[in-house]
Design a protein around this ligand. Structure first.
Ligand code: SF4
Length: 119
């Protein structure tokens, strides 16, 4: 049996989690105060994912950049590639919250959307 130690990112309490593994199988999760911690720990040790946030350049807008994020979590291993893919992206103003800036970023099936309005 192997133990892995994580800090839950589900809320500011940051519970210290201990995950007991038997090979690739999760045997138990302890240290969590609520179910979200258990869910987070199981996902983190088997298929870790994250929301990615960044900014992209806006052409002819009231601001030079607009904040964007992945619409859903993407695999942690794709974060670097995702940030790189956003580097050369430029959008024309106006941009509205929820507008798709880039679809299917790095073949994750997840879109990049704007999180701000820029006129
Ligand atoms: S286990 Fe629950 S209470 Fe603890 S940090 Fe995670 S979400 Fe918050």
């Amino acid at each position: 049996m192997e133990e892995r130690y994580l800090t839950c990112i589900g809320c500011p309490m940051g519970c210290a989690l201990t995950v007991t593994m038997n090979g690739n199988e999760v045997v138990s999760v302890t240290g969590n105060t609520c179910k979200r911690g258990d869910d987070y720990a199981r996902k983190e040790v088997t298929n870790p994912t994250r929301i990615v946030t960044s900014t992209v350049k806006v052409l002819n807008g009231s601001a030079e950049t607009v904040s964007v994020k992945t619409k859903e979590d993407i695999p942690k291993g794709k974060i670097f590639e995702c940030v790189k893919a956003l580097k050369g992206v430029e959008v024309k103003a106006p941009v509205h919250i929820g507008d798709v800036i880039l679809s299917n970023v790095v073949d994750t099936g997840v879109d990049i959307v704007a999180t701000k309005d820029v006129n």
